[in-house]
Write a protein that binds this ligand. Structure first.
Ligand code: GTP
Length: 444
């Protein structure tokens, strides 16, 4: 179908514009359809003190009541609660995994409070790496549990960051995209809030903590990075409150209503837009291309891999994964799927164990081959011996028959010779008798 747009330069040439979609211009539609069919997944880590408002904010962000029990303040160490939800928004499926700290900031000695978080992040990278290293990998169906974003809930003290905040963020900033949030921001006045934001940002900078940089593609995101918006001052609530004639989500106070989705009241809408509408894909990309890549490189380097070959030349364009695949695929019988077992924590140890296992298996097979070979040689020797004996017997038999024949012939010859002698004797006798007769006759 085409639309006639009028004459061209008045020459009567019609300019036609296509109305339908043809050719490869449909490529984006294909991608959209495929992605919708496959569904989306997003993994969020919420780090913050007990009762700081983590669950409420997640509920508010996804406008869903994800049932959660309150955590106790009496855990002896920090833990993590992992829950996966299947959400649907206008037929767009989202597999959302929320990981929340439990007991964070509740211990007297907070020195190792960040460690479970670090361990969890690394464990997800390790699981992905193990999947990548399998011979038969199924990354398309793999449930990728790597954390795409860490919402770090800062307690609204109005002063500065606590040493626990700095320590944790310092230890996870190379592993995850950190978005700092001032939780329960409704407890700070406008001036205090701005001052608090400035203090936090200068503390993060002076401690060299890398937080997620929103891609500065458009004005809003550029503003989020540069202006005083970060860290986002958020307020969460699933409560419906009446404001004038409208029902809004907010928190009702004796002095009025704080509207969660009012940009003059808090940064919730900006956070939701930047996190879910604009940058969800970028967060996932950064997780893979920056944080996971960093983990993978250091992991493979620890295993002794290098991009330089023995001649100190780069090892072609092959990735580490390909090198590993070549190496690990050399043993033909080893089931690499087993590599992913959770029990073997350390990859190097596991790799060595697999190599040893392969070596032992080779030796066993070589031994078995030797045994089989010897057995078959013995069997062949026996067969040959039997055949030789049979031949010998046949030969002996024929020889005996031949000798018997020779003897028989010899006997016959002897008999014939005797008969000839007898014959000559008789002949001679006859001849002499005949001569005697003739002589007698002549005499007579
Ligand atoms: P745990 O999972 O138990 O550690 O708690 P949490 O961090 O998930 O906190 P939760 O969302 O359960 O909120 C704890 C309390 O804080 C609840 O009473 C919430 O109503 C309240 N709360 C949550 N968000 C806000 C907020 O933005 N401002 C204020 N003032 N209170 C909030």
């Amino acid at each position: 179908r085409a639309e006639i747009r009028g004459s061209h330069f008045g020459l009567g040439i019609r300019c036609l514009t296509t109305l339908g979609h043809f050719g490869f211009e449909c490529l984006p539609t294909q991608l959209v359809n495929k992605s919708i069919q496959k569904g989306f997944s997003f993994n969020i880590l919420c780090v913050g003190e007990t009762g700081i408002g983590k669950s409420t904010l997640i509920n508010t962000l996804f406008n869903t009541n994800l049932k959660e029990n309150k955590s106790s303040h009496f855990y002896s160490k920090v833990g993590l609660k992992v829950k996966t939800y299947e959400l649907l928004e206008r037929n767009i499926p989202l597999k959302l995994t929320v990981v929340k700290t439990v007991g964070y900031g509740d211990q007297i000695n907070k020195e190792a409070s960040y460690q479970p978080v670090v361990d969890y992040l690394d464990a997800q990278f390790e699981a992905y790496l193990q999947e990548e290293l399998k011979i038969k990998r199924s990354l398309a169906d793999y449930h990728d549990s790597r954390i795409h974003v860490c919402l770090y809930f800062i307690t609204p003290t109005g002063h500065s960051l606590k040493s626990l905040d700095l320590l944790t963020m310092k230890n996870i900033d190379r592993r995850v995209n950190i978005i700092p949030l001032i939780a329960k921001a409704d407890s700070l006045s406008k001036n205090d809030l701005q001052r608090f934001k400035n203090n936090i940002m200068s503390e993060l900078n002076s401690n060299g903590i890398q937080i997620y940089q929103f891609p500065a593609d458009d004005e809003a995101t550029a503003q989020a990075n540069s202006s005083g918006l970060l860290p986002f001052a958020v307020v969460g609530s699933m409560e419906e409150v009446k404001v004038g004639k409208r029902m809004v989500r907010g928190r009702h106070y004796p002095w009025g209503v704080l509207q969660v989705e009012n940009e003059n009241h808090c940064d919730f809408v900006k956070l939701r837009d930047l996190l879910l509408c604009t940058n969800m894909e970028d967060l996932k990309d950064q997780t893979h291309s920056q944080h996971y890549e960093c983990y993978r490189t250091s992991r493979l380097q620890k295993l002794g891999f290098s991009d330089m070959g023995p001649d100190n030349q780069p090892v072609s364009a092959q990735s580490y994964t390909d090198v590993i695949n070549v190496l690990v695929s050399t043993p033909p019988h080893i089931e690499i799927r087993g590599v992913a077992t959770q029990n073997i924590g350390d990859f190097q140890e596991m790799y060595e164990a697999k190599r040893q296992e392969f070596h032992n298996q080779c030796q066993r097979e070589e031994e078995e081959l030797k045994q089989t070979f010897m057995q078959r040689v013995k069997e062949k020797e026996l067969t040959f011996k039997d055949a030789e004996k049979e031949l010998q017997d046949k030969f002996e038999h024929l020889k005996r028959i031949q000798q018997e024949e020779i003897l028989k012939l010899e006997e016959e010859r002897r008999k014939l010779e005797e008969q000839i002698i007898d014959f000559y004797k008789m002949k001679a006798a006859s001849e002499s008798a005949q001569a005697q007769v003739c002589t007698n006759l002549k005499k007579d």
